[in-house]
Design a protein around this ligand. Structure first.
Ligand SMILES: *Cc1c(COP(=O)(O)O)cnc(C)c1O
Length: 306
């Protein structure tokens, strides 16, 4: 079992919020574990249980060179006594960046594949080939999103209901975290996802994940309530960080003591404040923004906080 540290809810003050008559609270889930941080903890929880149940000794997963998921799996594997293999998109670049250096220090074996091969990561034939090369392992998809991830995030979502708020806002990438949380919240709060990718496929993707999960759980009548994905805050696309966003992250850190990562939570907080300005949230309401972690990646952006 992974260790878990309970996390605080912090009130965030800002002139924009005062003007709109809205309270903004930040759930600092990034503090739940030093290395398996934020949503990745919840996405891995039941995957690790499943791997143990199947008596697997090795975890194999996929990611880019700066992946929070790769970092988290490497740390979780060590803590829970698994070996680990990371299938990394692209060519090896030396010296290793801080993410991959950490992963190898934790004993993860890195295997680099071309972008073309990487695209086959969810195909049965390709996984079979990997089994021929690496023998027996428990495969976790890119970003960790599968039914076990949804199960963990649903548990987290349900626990959030102990907090007093009207809207839950979170950053969304594969949609796995958001789908699990929608399931756990079960219509008791409104949920707003902020897409960090360009495009508007996430609503469909999240619906698909919810369907798959309901079939697995055999829930006859799942309740999902009101949720939607905002698609205009990607700042140019996945991991694109224009200067305005860097400046915003610096300001959040210096003036509000809130460390944000450039790929996910920076875009989330930006979107929340913009939507407050636009009048999306009802006056007198409380927003809970989810800090899903990802701060390990911030060190690869020089001078982000200064
Ligand atoms: C992985 C990650 C996300 C996205 O989670 P999905 O389940 O893929 O939508 C959000 N925030 C942080 C910090 C992450 O590392």
């Amino acid at each position: 079992m992974l260790k878990y540290q309970s996390t605080p809810v912090q009130e965030f003050h800002h002139a924009t919020l005062e003007k709109a008559g809205i309270r903004l609270m930040v759930k600092r889930e990034d503090l739940n574990h030093p290395f398996v941080s934020g949503n990745k903890w919840w996405k891995l929880k039941y995957n690790l249980e499943e791997a143990s149940r199947l008596n697997k000794k090795t975890l194999l997963t996929f990611g880019g060179a700066y992946s929070n998921h790769i970092y988290a799996v490497a740390a979780a594997a060590t803590e829970c006594n698994f070996k680990s293999i990371g299938i990394i998109r692209g060519e090896e670049v030396l010296p290793l960046n801080p993410t991959l250096r950490f992963a190898t220090e934790r004993g993860m074996k890195l295997h680099y594949v071309s972008r073309e091969d990487y695209r086959k990561k969810n195909e049965t034939d390709y996984i079979q080939q990997l089994h021929e090369a690496f023998r027996d392992f428990y495969a976790i998809p890119e970003g960790g999103t599968n039914i076990f991830a949804l199960q963990g995030c649903a548990e987290f979502g349900q626990a959030l209901l102990n907090i007093d708020f009207d809207y839950l806002c979170l950053a969304t990438g594969t949609g796995g975290t958001m789908a699990g949380i929608i399931e756990g919240i079960a219509g008791k709060r409104e949920i707003i996802g902020v897409s960090v990718l360009k495009g508007d496929f996430l609503t469909q993707e999240i619906s698909n994940l919810l369907e798959t999960y309901a079939a697995y759980k055999k829930n006859s009548m799942p309740v999902y309530g009101k949720w939607n994905v905002l698609t205009s805050y990607h700042h140019g696309g996945y991991a694109k960080v224009p200067d305005v966003l860097k400046n915003f992250i610096r300001e959040m850190h210096q003036q509000h003591n809130l460390p944000l990562d450039p790929v996910y939570t920076g875009k989330l907080m930006w979107a929340v404040l913009e939507e407050v300005k636009k009048g999306f949230f009802k006056r007198g309401s409380t927003i809970l923004a989810l800090h899903t972690g990802g701060l390990q990646g911030a060190v690869s952006y020089p001078n982000l906080y200064e």
